[in-house]
Design a protein around this ligand. Structure first.
Ligand code: GLY
Length: 369
């Protein structure tokens, strides 16, 4: 069992920050955050689930370092990433008289991190914020890199801003309170890193990922390695002019499936990404870009982890293939009306392509049902 946090630095000039990864970081939040503060108070925004489980501990840790805190608790779930809750959050922060030099704390999963980060980006034209991600998905992906925003009825994450956090505290022990399904959903994003750019890491995951839930040392390595990969990509391409788009492996399919299932518990975001990764590898093999062995390995690994890996694993009815392809047309990667996919020449060798033929795409969807 490990206890010392690992630090991954994100060297973005005047927006540089550390991601601290280890067990027990919530209990150390006061001493971790104190150096950033100009006055000893913070505003915390969280959700009902996280508040019930962990908020008193966070507030006690802050208080132990003489930091006062007020907390706003929003409903849990993807529907919170919307204009009404953004308005409520921003108005509450103004009521709390949060000033430009203060710190807002986003305490929760990807929904809270994205919403609160966006609120911090627009409040007084930008206040600093600290991410304390409480899900595997948020720890390895959404809390790092500064993408913030909310959903629109037109699609996911269509409204937002780039706004980097000032610090990320990833307490890996907090993941013990996640349901097996939520934990695994986040694992879709971990596997994504190996699949997009690090075949050795994918091999390591094939050998070790089934024990991530029980072994904190393995978990810390998986989170830290994922964050280090993300930090590297974000540092080279902060605003997604090129390489950062690789982080969307599996997302064009995944977002369409999430939209088709109404962003409901039928398909969690990380599950959509997992199914999407399997489909992206299948598409790559059909286009002759990689061997058939690659999609088979992806599918086998996701199945071994107990994750949904094909469209047929999603419960309930789905719209037909034409409707799914239309939903993909809302993806942010669409350029001049052309769909762009992250494809792969093999495990760990992803690239962006706008060469996908509609009939190949339709065949992939049809066979995955
Ligand atoms: N989650 C994808 C990105 O941060 O670019």
């Amino acid at each position: 069992m490990t206890s010392d946090p690992v630090t991954v630095h994100v060297p973005l000039d005047d927006r540089a920050y550390d991601v601290r990864i280890g067990p027990g970081l919530i209990d150390r939040a006061g001493s971790e955050i104190a150096p950033l503060l100009r006055r000893p108070r913070v505003a915390i925004v969280t959700d009902e689930t996280v508040a019930g489980l962990h908020l008193p501990r966070l507030q006690a840790a802050l208080k132990a370092e003489g930091i006062a805190s007020e907390a706003l608790t929003l409903p849990a779930g993807e529907a919170t990433k919307s204009w009404p809750h953004l308005t409520a959050c921003v108005e509450w922060l103004l009521e709390q008289r949060v000033e430009r030099r203060d710190i807002v704390v986003a305490f929760g999963g990807g929904v809270i991190g994205d919403l609160v980060g966006f609120a911090a980006a627009i409040l007084r034209r930008g206040v600093r914020f600290v991410q304390i991600p409480t899900t595997l998905l948020a720890q390895v992906d959404s809390s790092v890199g500064g993408k913030t925003g909310i959903n629109s009825p037109h699609g996911k994450n269509l409204i937002g801003a780039f706004h980097q956090p000032s610090l990320v505290l990833a307490d890996i022990a907090v993941l013990d309170t996640l349901s097996p399904r939520d934990f695994l959903a986040g694992y879709g994003e971990v596997a994504k890193y190996g699949l997009l750019g690090d075949a050795d890491f994918f091999e390591w995951l094939e050998a070790n990922a089934p024990r991530l839930r029980d072994d904190l040392t393995l978990r810390q390595h998986a989170v830290a390695h994922s964050v280090a990969m993300k930090a590297g990509i974000v540092t080279r391409d902060e605003t997604e002019q090129g390489e950062r788009a690789l982080l969307n492996l599996g997302h064009t399919f995944g977002h369409a499936l999430e939209s088709a299932t109404g962003y409901s518990s039928r398909l969690l975001h990380g599950e959509g990404v997992a199914v999407g990764c399997a489909l992206a590898f299948d598409l790559s093999a059909r286009m002759g870009l990689c061997s058939q062995e690659a999609p088979s390995r992806v599918l086998e690994h996701l199945r071994r982890m107990g994750m949904p890996a094909a469209i047929r694993d999603i419960p309930g009815d789905l719209p037909d293939d034409a409707a799914l392809i239309a939903l993909m047309g809302q993806d942010k990667k669409v350029v001049d009306g052309r769909l762009r996919f992250v494809l792969a020449r093999g495990i760990g060798e992803a690239f962006v392509s706008d060469e996908v033929q509609p009939d190949t795409l339709a065949a992939v969807l049809r066979d995955a049902r």
